[in-house]
Ligand binder design. Structure first.
Ligand code: HAM
Length: 426
């Protein structure tokens, strides 16, 4: 118990954390390029926000939320997704009074109490973006291309973008009615979950992975045949912009997302192959800000699952984990050199160099082995001779070449020797 993490959670150990840092850096630089700024919202919110925002007939709200009463008997919920909290923050900070669109991004942990399996965790991480205050189709296209560029920058290939429109308050009820009519004589063939969805959330049946439900869906009426002129025109405009940006997509009239807030555009990015599945998804949610008590504000966004992204990268043999070993390892050839070595180490670090030392009183040979293990590029060695002469020995650990350098000139020497980017900003 004390040595295992709770079910559905994982530790991200240093080697893996380097991959995460790299992936997050890709996300951040892409967001800067697209003009999206970071927002950090709390990991828990009032339960009502998700009940109203995500929708109380969704699997997430019905079965997957970590909800608890705090010591003051308030009902709080660990965020199962990022959109609702960002909408709440947008309203609380009155961001709607600033020039629109407001374009935000976040990277952080989300919590869903599902059955853990490969790529499905109880604490997982999303990178997501939300853009508020414009109903222009090119904003939908921007958000979608940003998602596509993210995966492309990571080197992932073979992903498929599925696009649909789920209609709006004007046209969805008509479609829903048609769908219910189609399903009514077939309810008995549905899986147990879908039988309950039939009453409360029939559109979700189209998205069921059960074989019987899927084969029923094939003959079902398509939402795209019921779109109002505004939704139909919007979908066409999004398609045009995607085509112009060179982004391939598949129109998928049975794509329904697992959250209730979507209006018109809905999309998902699917992994290739049998195991497939969604790696990210999003869409428009033009009513959510209002539902949460704000002024009418159109919005669009997406989120990608970062664990699933890393898993896909591993499956495609893309596992960059750049070594972050110290550039310089400061070693002592004799105990009396320790004080001088400490001074040198401090000076190197203050000069912006990544440097480390031994903390276990190892022999010089063992220090060199350890330096190697850490991935150090150079060793600076100090012994009695070096101290008396005011110099140090610098050993290139890759090539085995050794040099004698004046202590006063050491920093300049190392900085010249090392590639620019390895010298951190001072
Ligand atoms: P979502 O489709 O529920 O959308 O989640 C987005 C992504 O999070 C999924 O495609 C998947 O990669 C990842 N994900 C979801 N659940 C898990 C889990 N249990 N374990 C691991 N990864 C998971 C949303 O959350 C929306 N808020 C997206 C959005 C933003 N729509 C508009 N703006």
């Amino acid at each position: 118990m004390l040595t295992s993490s709770p079910r559905g959670t994982t530790d991200i150990l240093p080697e893996e954390a380097r991959r995460w840092q790299w992936m997050e850096a890709v996300a951040r630089s892409l967001c800067a390029r697209y003009g999206y700024e970071e927002i950090r919202t709390p990991a828990f919110e009032h339960t009502e926000l998700f009940e109203r925002g995500v929708g109380d007939a969704t699997d997430i709200v019905e079965k997957e939320m970590y909800t608890f009463l705090d010591r003051s008997q308030r009902s709080l919920t660990l965020r199962p997704e990022g959109t609702a909290g960002v909408v709440r923050a947008y309203l609380q900070a009155r961001l709607y009074s600033q020039p629109q669109p407001i374009k935000l991004y976040y990277i952080g942990p989300m919590f869903r109490y599902g059955r853990p399996q490969s790529g499905r965790l109880r604490q997982f991480h999303q990178f997501g973006v939300e853009a508020f205050g414009s109903e222009a189709a090119d904003l939908d296209a921007e958000v979608i291309t940003l998602a596509g560029d993210f995966f492309q920058s990571l080197g992932l290939t073979g992903l498929e973008l599925h696009l649909n429109s789920v209609g709006c308050a004007d046209c969805r009820p008509g479609y829903r009615q048609e769908l219910v009519q189609y399903l009514t004589p077939r309810v008995g063939e549905l899986c147990e979950t879908c039988r309950s969805r039939y009453e409360r959330n029939p559109l979700r049946i189209l998205d069921c992975k059960n074989e019987a439900c899927q084969s029923l869906s094939v003959g079902a009426p398509k939402v795209t045949s019921f779109l109002c002129p505004k939704c139909a025109a919007h979908l066409r405009a999004v398609e045009n912009h995607l085509r112009a940006s060179g982004m391939a997509y598949v129109l998928d009239p049975f794509l329904v997302r697992g959250l209730d807030y979507y209006t018109s555009t809905a999309f998902e990015i699917m992994l290739p192959g049998e195991a497939g599945g969604s790696i990210g998804g999003g869409g428009r949610y033009d009513k959510l800000v209002e539902v949460c008590g704000g002024p009418p504000t159109p919005a669009v966004g997406f989120a990608v699952g970062l664990e699933r992204t890393l898993l896909a990268m591993k499956q495609q043999g893309l596992t960059p984990a750049p070594s972050r070993g110290p550039l310089v390892f400061v070693a002592v050839a004799a105990p009396e050199a320790r004080a001088a070595a400490w001074e040198v180490l401090c000076a190197l670090r203050r000069a912006g160099l990544n440097a480390d030392k031994d903390f276990l009183s190892r022999s010089l040979k063992a220090q060199m082995k350890y330096a190697d293990r850490l991935g150090a590029r150079l060793a600076v060695i100090l012994g009695p001779e070096e101290i008396a002469g005011g110099w140090v020995t610098v050993r290139d650990l890759q090539h085995g070449i050794q040099d004698r350098v004046n202590r006063d000139e050491l920093i300049g020497y190392l900085q010249q020797f090392l590639p620019d980017k390895q010298v951190e900003n001072k």
